[in-house]
Design a protein around this ligand. Structure first.
Ligand code: ZN
Ligand code: ZN
Length: 318
């Protein structure tokens, strides 16, 4: 999703100010070793879109130390083609973001109850793409973006709808994680808790990790659901307008909040990095945020979150 692009400049200004602040850290506030700059990263919230050149993206990834990037395309699944042709080992194309989203917008309940012939036909083609390895994941699915829709249309349907149950089965069968954008309101969380047990082999990646949900609630959900993963885009400290207020996992000087540090280390096998950047300059700044976060974690936890979990989930070769 693309929130308030005009605020990107503000983000940079705050980044520069923050950079100055970090250079003047008082003695005694030191970050743990090893230096996170050495860790290869996997960005699980990168969208292919029109106007984005694969070479430019690969250049930005190389400069930031990002080895892999993926999620859905902002439009038809075919938008992934030039990226995969340019670097098949580095992009992780997900399917369904545009196609499923458009059918839900057009058909409403008939789409998420699987009563629409069009969605059934699309799911057949999606399964073929997963079977032959053209797609590595499913989504990003906008199950509930009522309070986080930015410039997009507000959508809400049950996280345990027949559509989501079918997609979870596909995720389990083809080792293709499901990326779910879902505001952390109680009803959606209840639905998600009914979806997850249906197939524990189906990984669900909660995109943006609930935007504002507290660490203790994520911990409770992860304790109960072994197939729940969290991707951290927009839990960074980028600037937003007054109408949209995600909560950062860090505080002053980008220090991890103690409950989030404890959670990231305790469930270090469940978290993934994501940028969801508006442009490649912002991409680099967001990666800087993650490197600062990773440098505050125990080395094994940092390695898992940086890329180890993605390697395991997507069966990547290193
Ligand atoms: Zn997104
Ligand atoms: Zn999203």
């Amino acid at each position: 999703m693309k929130h308030l692009r005009c605020l990107g400049r503000l983000f940079f200004v705050s980044g520069v100010v923050l950079g100055i602040a970090l250079h003047s850290l008082p003695r005694g506030i030191a970050y743990a070793q090893p230096r996170s700059e050495a860790l290869p990263l996997a960005d699980l919230h990168f969208h292919a879109e029109r106007g984005l050149a694969p070479d430019a993206v690969l250049g930005a990834m190389d400069r930031a130390g990002v080895t892999w990037a993926g999620n859905g395309a902002k439009g038809p699944d075919g938008l992934w083609r030039p990226f995969v042709e340019a670097a098949p080992d580095r992009f992780l194309p997900f399917a369904g973001q545009g196609a499923i989203g458009a059918r839900i917008q057009a058909q409403g309940e008939a789409a998420w109850t699987l009563e629409s012939p069009e969605i059934i036909r699309y799911l057949e083609s999606l399964e073929q793409g997963l079977r032959d390895g053209r797609f590595r994941g499913i989504g990003e699915l906008f199950v509930n973006n009522q309070n986080s829709h930015g410039v997009f249309q507000s959508t809400r349907y049950p996280a345990d709808s027949p559509l989501m149950r079918r997609l979870l089965t596909l995720a389990a069968t083809y080792h293709a994680p499901l990326s779910v954008h879902m505001d952390s309101d109680p009803q959606s969380i209840e639905e998600l808790e009914r979806l997850l047990p249906i197939d524990r082999n189906g990984p669900v990646i909660w995109a943006h990790c609930g935007f504002w949900i507290e660490a203790d609630q994520v911990r409770r959900l992860m304790n109960r659901h072994s197939n729940l993963f969290c991707e951290l885009s927009h839990r960074d400290d980028r600037a937003y307008g007054p109408r949209f207020q995600p909560v950062a996992i860090t505080g002053f000087w980008r220090r991890l909040k103690p409950d989030w540090k404890a959670l990231l280390e305790h469930h270090s096998d469940r978290f993934l990095i994501g940028t969801d950047a508006d442009d490649l300059g912002q991409f680099r700044a967001i990666i800087g945020f993650y490197r600062k976060v990773l440098s505050q974690l125990a080395p094994d936890a940092a390695k898992r979150i940086a890329h180890g979990n993605a390697v395991r989930l997507f069966r990547l070769s290193q």
